[in-house]
Design a protein around this ligand. Structure first.
Ligand code: 6MZ
Length: 335
């Protein structure tokens, strides 16, 4: 048997993706397909291109003014969701928690309810090579009523695959404390929480507020002071790591300096994720390859990372056990 290259191994490796924003995950092919649907009405869309590099994280959030014009009706949402799932499945992601912020559009008649109906109808389409669940996101821009509406929607769509609630959005906007009652209510209803955490240094002032709600996972956790590290390690909170995203958004200077190195040294649980594979042009397998190349990880260590990620998923124990069995079986066959 020929030994696969690192890139081939990372594609073959069964993976878990837990931090992928739906509208940030549109591949160039999907963007093209959606532009084709829209360009008769909005010819200016055809001219837009995702830039190769960003100067600052602020430039990232403004890209959604364009992307949201492509996904402003239910059919576009269905196309986007289906393509994203197919692409992750092709990259051998076996369990995907996609996340999205319910959005309405008065021009097309799309409501937050019909938006989520579109997403969940696609994630429930039966396929045997990937399990897909949904996390609904509360945007930092939301006011409390809007945040509570997201929790209402999470409850309404629970039996359609919604497994958790996220805090996301422009890191320089809003305050978690204003939205806290919505997260408390989601928690009371048994939804696990994942929060974007300290993506930029200015967010550190909010740390104790975010950690006091006892989130089940954290996204990024780029800047950790002693208090944060002690609390996160003490509560064993897994961290969703998005290396390419952080370096391209310039919140981390280089891959070598990425904060994953401390988690590796301290043996703290993390999950390698893509964040926005459409904007950052990086698939799940590429994030594994990058981690291996940067930190000299062996194939066995990559397998341990993917296997350990299963402990952090928001689905129930039966799903976890079955995934673990499948992953261990894969290793036996690929040793
Ligand atoms: C914070 C992010 C993000 O929800 O419309 N989003 N929020 N930090 C990040 N790191 C780079 N990447 C994406 O997907 C797009 C939305 O996800 C959030 C932003 O709020 C963005 O508008 P959905 O499917």
């Amino acid at each position: 048997m020929t030994v696969p290259s690192l890139a081939q191994f990372c594609v073959q490796l069964p993976k878990v993706e837990l931090h992928a924003h739906l509208n940030g995950s549109l591949s160039p092919a999907t963007m093209h397909e959606l532009v084709e649907r829209k360009k008769a009405d909005k010819p200016e869309l055809a001219k837009f291109q995702i830039p190769d590099s960003l100067d600052r994280i602020d430039d990232f959030f403004s890209l959604f003014k364009f992307i949201y014009q492509l996904t402003d009706d239910e059919e576009s949402i269905r196309i986007a969701t289906r393509n994203i799932i197919n692409e992750f499945a092709k990259d051998n992601v076996k369990y995907l928690e996609l996340r999205t912020t319910p959005r309405k559009n008065e021009e097309t008649g799309m409501t937050k309810m019909s938006y989520l109906t579109a997403v969940t109808s696609v994630i429930q389409e039966a396929r045997d090579d990937i399990i897909v669940k949904l996390i609904v996101s509360i945007d930092r821009r939301n006011n409390l009523d809007e945040a509570q509406e997201v929790v209402d929607l999470a409850l309404a769509f629970r039996s359609q695959g919604v497994v958790g609630v996220d805090l996301c959005g422009d890191v320089k906007v809003g305050l978690f404390e204003n939205l806290r009652p919505a997260f408390e209510r989601a928690k009371q209803h048994g939804f696990p929480l994942t929060l974007h955490f300290n993506e930029i240094l200015e967010n550190v002032v909010e740390s104790s507020s975010l950690l006091s709600i006892q989130p089940n996972r954290l996204g990024h956790a780029t800047f950790l002071d002693d208090y944060c590290r002690k609390t996160i390690y003490g509560q064993n909170i897994p961290i969703e790591i998005c290396m390419t995203s952080n370096v391209l958004c310039k919140t981390v200077k280089t891959f070598e300096e990425h904060h994953i190195k401390e988690l590796l040294a301290d043996n703290h649980p993390f999950i390698l994720c893509t964040d926005d594979k459409g904007v950052f042009f990086s698939e799940s397998s590429n994030e594994y390859k990058l981690a291996a190349e940067t930190f000299n990880l062996s194939k066995e260590e990559l397998f341990t990372i993917t296997l350990r990620s299963i402990d952090a998923i928001f689905a129930d124990d039966t799903v976890k056990q079955s995934l673990k069995q499948d992953f261990l079986h894969w290793r036996e066959e690929h040793q």
